[in-house]
Design a protein around this ligand. Structure first.
Ligand code: AMP
Ligand code: MG
Length: 340
C-alpha cells in the first residue's frame, strides 16, 4: 500500500517528524502495518511513548475486529453467519456507513464486498469478472437490505450479502487514536494511517501542521500542501492505491455500486478535510465514485456533513473548496469552488 499524503519537510515540525529531514526532536515515532496498510504515529510530550503504543494497540484491536479476512473478526463472523450482534465499534461504523449510503444515494455501500471479491480485490487473484457473474453478484449489493436493529444491536444480511468497512475504518481508527492522545495528555501528535492523516494538539513550534497531497500520477510529487489545525483529519482516495492491469486497461479498487466496475467518474484523486475522521474517510470514497459535479453539489447542499475537499480530474484540473483556499498552496493552478 502507498502513503497518499506525505508529510512535508518544513522548518521545525518536519525536523521532528522524519530523521531524514534533520535533527530529530520527536518524543516517539512508531511505524507498523495494520488494516492492510503502512502506518506511522509520531507523538510529542512527556507521555509520548505510552500514548504511541496505546494508539498502535487500539488500531490493532480495531483491525482484528473489523477485518473481512481474519477468521476471528466480528465482520468475518457476520459475513459467514448472515447475522450477528455488533460491538460498540462496529455499531458506530454501521451507523455512519448506512447514513452515508443514504446521503450519497448509494455511492457509498459497504455491501459492495462480494463484488470486491469477484475482482480479486479482497483476498483472491485479480481478474476481470465475467459479465454474467458480475451481474449476478451485483444483485447482492444493496445496503438498503441490511437489517439493523438499533435496540438489540443485531444485524441481519440478506442471503449471499457481505459487508466491508474498508472505505471508512481507517478514518474511525484515526478518531479513536485522537481520543487516546487526549487521554494520555500529550502535547501533539500526527499519524498517517495509510494516507489518512490525523493531527492532534500542537507542533513543538506552535505553527500549523503541514501535509502534502500526493500526486496521483506521480507518487514522488505532490499536488500541494495543506496547513491544518488541531483535530482535523485529511483523507485521500485514489484509484492508484490498489489496482491491476489487464489488456492495457487499469482496474482499481473503488467500485461504483451502480455498475460493479471500478468507479469511472472522471476524478483521479479526492481529498477530504474534516474534524470527523470517520466521515472524512467515507466521504473520500463516496466523492470519488460520484465525480466532480455531484461531489460539488453534495458539498454545497448537504448540511449534515461538514467538510472541505480537493479534487483532481483526469485532465489534471484541480479544484479546491473555499474553506481550504487560504490553507492550500500549490505550484499548480487551481479553481476555488464557492458555495454559491
Ligand atoms: P478508500 O481508500 O477509503 O477510498 O476505500 C477503498 C475501499 O473501500 C476499498 O478497498 C473497499 O474495501 C471499499 N469500497 C470500494 N468501493 C466502495 C464503495 N462504493 N462504497 C464503500 N466502500 C467501498
Ligand atoms: Mg474512504
Amino acid at each position: 500500500m502507498f502513503r497518499k499524503i506525505i508529510l512535508i519537510c518544513t522548518a521545525v515540525w518536519a525536523a521532528a517528524s522524519f530523521s531524514a529531514c534533520g535533527v530529530s526532536s520527536a518524543s516517539e515515532e512508531i511505524a507498523f502495518e495494520a488494516m492492510d496498510t503502512y502506518m506511522t504515529i509520531t507523538v510529542y510530550g512527556d507521555n509520548a511513548a505510552n500514548a504511541a503504543q496505546a494508539a498502535k494497540d487500539e488500531i490493532e484491536r480495531l483491525d482484528s475486529l473489523l477485518s473481512t479476512e481474519d477468521e476471528g473478526s466480528e465482520v468475518y463472523a457476520l459475513n459467514e453467519n448472515g447475522s450477528g450482534t455488533l460491538s460498540e465499534d462496529s455499531t458506530a461504523l454501521i451507523d455512519a456507513s448506512l447514513k452515508l449510503w443514504e446521503a450519497t444515494d448509494g455511492a457509498f455501500d459497504i455491501s459492495v464486498y462480494p463484488v470486491m471479491e469477484l475482482w480479486g480485490f479482497a483476498g483472491g487473484e485479480y481478474k476481470v469478472p465475467d459479465e454474467k457473474e458480475l451481474e449476478d453478484t451485483l444483485a447482492l449489493v444493496d445496503a438498503g437490505k441490511i437489517v439493523w436493529d438499533e435496540e438489540s444491536g443485531t444485524v441481519t444480511l440478506a442471503e449471499g450479502m457481505a459487508i466491508d468497512f474498508g472505505g471508512i475504518a481507517k478514518g474511525y481508527a484515526g478518531d479513536a487514536i485522537t481520543d487516546i492522545f487526549e487521554e494520555y495528555g500529550v502535547t501533539g501528535a500526527i499519524a498517517s494511517l495509510g494516507g489518512n492523516i490525523v493531527v492532534y494538539g500542537e507542533k513543538t513550534d506552535s505553527t500549523l501542521w503541514n501535509v502534502a497531497i500526493e500526486d496521483p500520477e506521480d507518487m514522488s510529487e505532490y499536488l500541494g500542501v495543506l496547513s491544518i489545525e488541531d483535530g482535523v483529519s485529511v483523507v485521500t482516495s485514489g484509484g492508484y492505491e490498489r489496482y491491476f492491469e489487464e489488456d492495457g486497461v487499469t482496474y482499481h479498487h473503488i467500485i461504483d455500486p451502480d455498475t460493479g466496475y471500478p468507479a469511472d467518474s472522471g476524478l483521479i484523486s479526492v481529498t477530504i478535510a474534516s474534524e470527523n475522521g470517520t466521515e472524512a474517510d467515507g466521504l473520500s470514497t463516496s466523492m470519488f465514485v460520484m465525480g466532480k459535479d455531484e461531489a460539488v453539489e453534495f458539498w454545497k447542499s448537504n448540511e449534515a456533513y461538514d467538510f472541505e475537499m480537493i479534487l483532481m480530474d483526469s485532465e489534471r484540473n484541480l479544484y479546491v473548496t473555499e474553506g481550504l483556499s487560504g490553507s492550500f498552496s500549490s505550484d499548480l493552478d487551481f479553481e476555488i469552488i464557492t458555495g454559491e
